[in-house]
Each structure stands twice: as structure tokens, then as C-alpha cells.
Design a protein around this ligand. Structure first.
Ligand code: BGC
Length: 386
């Protein structure tokens, strides 16, 4: 209690300081460093606030991240005329996120994507999870990493960073092991947002961390993403069942609407319901297996929005990427600045291991054991193509 009062007092002081300091900063900051600003984002409980951190670089990019869910709340990128606009879907306030939006910008864990029937076995024990997506478990459970308050440490510099830590308890959301997680977001000089994930456990567990940003590179949030042109460096994808659980097959994309090996407009084949997989996903909601299965940081995907010229590249150390085209958005969510998020108004590129890996022995393992360190990196890099 006392700690919380101190925290609130600290935050208030912090908010006041930020106002004063940012003024001062105009005069004293070095050429490269823009101080990370903090503001109160909303109340998590009577005595605890969530904070919003603003990371800026000299190129003019601004990324706002909250310690609630480690959520990317906004992210600006320049178009071909140098105009910066917010290109991620989200809410204006914490209350919006608390109402339960579909993971806008959030960190996802302990296990991103689906686990069939909300169950898996590890070392002879059956673990049961909440079935929060039809018959399956999705994105870490009822209160996954997207809905917890992380401990944040802002790191000022010419490449400002926000370190977030969270310890998930043994048994939390049904998963075994106390899991200590560290995520560092770094805004680089070249307009990349680098996300470094790290975790250790005291008992064997399963883990699949990702970020769930929804992008609309056109800006303005008043159009769908069907004109965006996507490349996925993957010649196979994972076909799914009706409830979006991988069948176990790695299917060649060649000759299917899932072939994005060459830059292709999302809309050109998304409604090709003669393809059963398109029907099951209601569009694209599948995991692509990257051609380079190494743990090196490699280019996994790129997206061009032709009218603005905004170009996004996604690099990752992960073996796969879930490409989701916002098929479940239906206009019932009113987001930032009153924007209505309609069908397919955002796309997600979630780097990860394969869905349902804990139940698929043939998939790369997602088991983390005591003494091991889980470590992955994903980079979202913005530039412009004229
Ligand atoms: C899943 C979708 C789901 C969305 C929001 C994506 O990762 O693949 O099926 O609707 O997250 O929950």
C-alpha cells in the first residue's frame, strides 16, 4: 500500500518533471538524445496507474508504449512526402484496452497463438488451460501477458529503449513454472523498432512470445489493408482445421492464394473461397514457415502501401510468422480518435514458433527448461519507397 502511494506520488512528480524537463530538454539535449517522456495512461487499480512512455528518434519517429500489456499504443511513420502518421491500431486510453480489444499492439505470452483443446502434456503431466477461443486456448489465456502490468525501465539514449519485465507464476493461466520475462523495445536511428525477448524458468514450460501490432500503413484508419502489397519469405505454410489448429502438414504455397514469395496485393486472392484454407481463416489467418529456418536475424516479410509509399520490413530470429488480415474486425470497436476499425482495417505480422507446437512433436520445440534462456529478436523497420 505504502509502496503504491509512493509510486503514485512518484508518477505525479514524474509527470510534472516530464513537463518541466521536456522544456529544459529543448535547450540542453544533445544532438542525438531525446528524453523518453512519461505520462499517466490510466488506472489499473485504485492505487496503481499504468504509464505511457514516448520514445522518439531524431528522424521524427515516435513510438508510445504502455507498461500495461507492454502495449505499443501508437507508432508514427513518415510517408513519401515526409508526413508522419500513426500506423498502428489501438485505443486512446487504458480503459479501451481493459475492455478487451483483440490484442492491439500487445505483448503476447506465455504462449502466443493457439493450443488445441486448451491442453498439452509435458514430462508426463497434463496441463489444462482456459479455452478462450472456441475449443482452444489462445494468446496466453484469460489474463495473458497483454493484460498484466509490466515493470518498466526507460533507457534514454540516441536509440531510446524501454525495458519491461514480468514474472509469471507457476500455474498462472495453467502453465507450469515461474517464468521471468524481459522484453526490450528499442527505437533505432534508422526507424526500426527492435524487440528483444528473453525468459528463464524454474520448471519445464512452453513459451511462444510475440507482439500483436495491427498495421495500416495508409494512415488515418479509414480504409482496409487490401491494397497493401505483401512479401513473405516462406515457401510453405501451415494448413489449419476449422478452429485454426495446424493439421501438422507443411504445405507448399506454390499455386495457392498463400504464395507471397513475390510482392502481391493482399486483396488479390483473399476472397478466393474455393480454397478451403481461405474459407477456414475468413481470409489470411495462418502461420507461414520461413524459408530460412536458422536462428539468424533474417528478413521474414515486407509490406508496401503504394499510395503513401510506407514500406515495412520484418526481420526475426523466429522460424515462422502468423499473417493475420484483421478478418475478425467488424466495425464494433471504436479506436483512436474515434476511428472505427472495420473488417480488415489492420494486418498483423506476428513472428513466432508454430501454433500448437506443444501438441505437435514434429514442430520445432517450444519447451523451455530450467538452466536454458529463451532469446529471440524481431525488428520492424520503416522506410519509404517512392
Ligand atoms: C489470430 C487470430 C485472432 C487474432 C486476435 C491472431 O493472432 O491468429 O485468429 O483473431 O489474433 O485475437
Amino acid at each position: 500500500m505504502k509502496k503504491n502511494i509512493l509510486l503514485v506520488a512518484g508518477l505525479l512528480a514524474g509527470a510534472m518533471l516530464t513537463a518541466c524537463e521536456s522544456k529544459k530538454a529543448e535547450n540542453t539535449q544533445t544532438n542525438d538524445t531525446l528524453k523518453i517522456e512519461q505520462s499517466v495512461f490510466g488506472k489499473v487499480s485504485d492505487s496503481t496507474n499504468a504509464t505511457l512512455y514516448t520514445l522518439k528518434n531524431q528522424a521524427g519517429t515516435e513510438v508510445k508504449i504502455s507498461d500495461f500489456g507492454g502495449t505499443i499504443v501508437s507508432w508514427t511513420a513518415a510517408d513519401k512526402n515526409g508526413k508522419f502518421e500513426d500506423i498502428t491500431l489501438g485505443c486512446d486510453s487504458l480503459a479501451g484496452y481493459q475492455k478487451g480489444v483483440p490484442y492491439f499492439g500487445a505483448l503476447i505470452g506465455r504462449f502466443g497463438n493457439r493450443i488445441a483443446n486448451g491442453q498439452f502434456q509435458l514430462d508426463g503431466t497434463t496441463y489444462t488451460l482456459a479455452k478462450n477461443n472456441g475449443p482452444n486456448a489462445l494468446h496466453g489465456g484469460l489474463k495473458g501477458f497483454d493484460k498484466v502490468l509490466w515493470t518498466a525501465t526507460p533507457i534514454d539514449g540516441d536509440e531510446p529503449a524501454l525495458k519491461l519485465t514480468y514474472t509469471a507464476k507457476d500455474g498462472e493461466e495453467g502453465y507450469p513454472g515461474n517464468l521471468s520475462v524481459e522484453v526490450i523495445y528499442t527505437l533505432t536511428k534508422d526507424n526500426s523498432l527492435k524487440i528483444d525477448y528473453k525468459a528463464t524458468t524454474d520448471k519445464a514450460t512452453v513459451i511462444n512470445l510475440t507482439n500483436h501490432a495491427y498495421f495500416n500503413l495508409k494512415g488515418g484508419f479509414n480504409s482496409d489493408i487490401l491494397d497493401h502489397e505483401v512479401t513473405l519469405n516462406a515457401d510453405k505454410f501451415l494448413p489449419v482445421s476449422k478452429t485454426l489448429i495446424p493439421t501438422g502438414e507443411l504445405k507448399a504455397v506454390a499455386g495457392t492464394p498463400f504464395d507471397f514469395t513475390k510482392s502481391t496485393k493482399i486483396g488479390s486472392r483473399i476472397n478466393d473461397t474455393s480454397d478451403e484454407q481461405i474459407k477456414f481463416g475468413g481470409g489470411y489467418d495462418h502461420c507461414w514457415v520461413l524459408a530460412d529456418s536458422s536462428k539468424n536475424l533474417k528478413l521474414a516479410a515486407s509490406v508496401l502501401e503504394p499510395t503513401s509509399g510506407r514500406f515495412l520490413e520484418v526481420f526475426t530470429t523466429e522460424p515462422a510468422i502468423q499473417f493475420y488480415t484483421g478478418n475478425f474486425l467488424d466495425g464494433t470497436i471504436v479506436g483512436k480518435g474515434g476511428a472505427v476499425y472495420k473488417h480488415r482495417y489492420g494486418l498483423c505480422l506476428e513472428t513466432q514458433h508454430y501454433p500448437n507446437s506443444p501438441n505437435q512433436a514434429s514442430f520445432p520445440s517450444t519447451v523451455l527448461k530450467p538452466g536454458e534462456t529463451y532469446q529471440t529478436t524481431t525488428v520492424y523497420k520503416f522506410s519509404v519507397k517512392k
